[in-house]
Design a protein around this ligand. Structure first.
Ligand SMILES: [Zn+2]
Length: 142
């Protein structure tokens, strides 16, 4: 797994990114040319692009359902980012439950942060509450 996906915050185009190239330079959106703001290898995505990634991904996809007002979500964020750099075989995504309410209720998200692991587009397992980077690694089954 040498690539990941990132949604452009400006035009919402879904970009496929080569992970090796990330080390050398900031990736730019293929559509509008703006910088793609990845944190670690975590991409914030909207519902449409989340569904596209789920249908295209060959390996595991992990999603952190979060909200900006949620304290544990904010303390979880740097650990989740660290985990994304340590587990490059997986695609790390974040979905904001405030702006993406429909998909969040579709997945029955109640407590946040809620981390869900998908394989071949299907939910494998989920974990409520913040985790350390090591806990995320074991959650992924490494
Ligand atoms: Zn763009």
């Amino acid at each position: 797994m040498n690539s990941t996906f990132s949604e452009c915050l400006d035009c919402h185009t879904l970009n496929k990114i080569n992970i090796e190239k990330l080390i050398h330079k900031t990736p730019l959106c293929g559509h509008c040319g703006k910088e793609l703001k990845l944190k670690g290898l975590v991409s914030e995505v909207g519902t449409d692009n989340f569904k596209i990634i789920l249908s295209k991904a060959q390996g595991p996809v992990v999603v952190d359902f979060w909200a900006s007002w949620c304290g544990p979500c904010r303390s979880y964020a740097p650990e989740y980012e660290k985990a994304s750099l340590q587990n490059k075989h997986a695609i790390f995504l974040k979905i904001n439950t405030e702006t993406e309410q429909e998909i969040s209720s579709q997945f029955g998200i109640r407590g946040i942060p809620c981390t869900i692991l998908f394989m071949n587009g299907k939910e494998i397992k989920r974990q409520s509450g913040a985790m350390s980077a090591d806990q995320v690694r074991s959650f992924l089954g490494n």
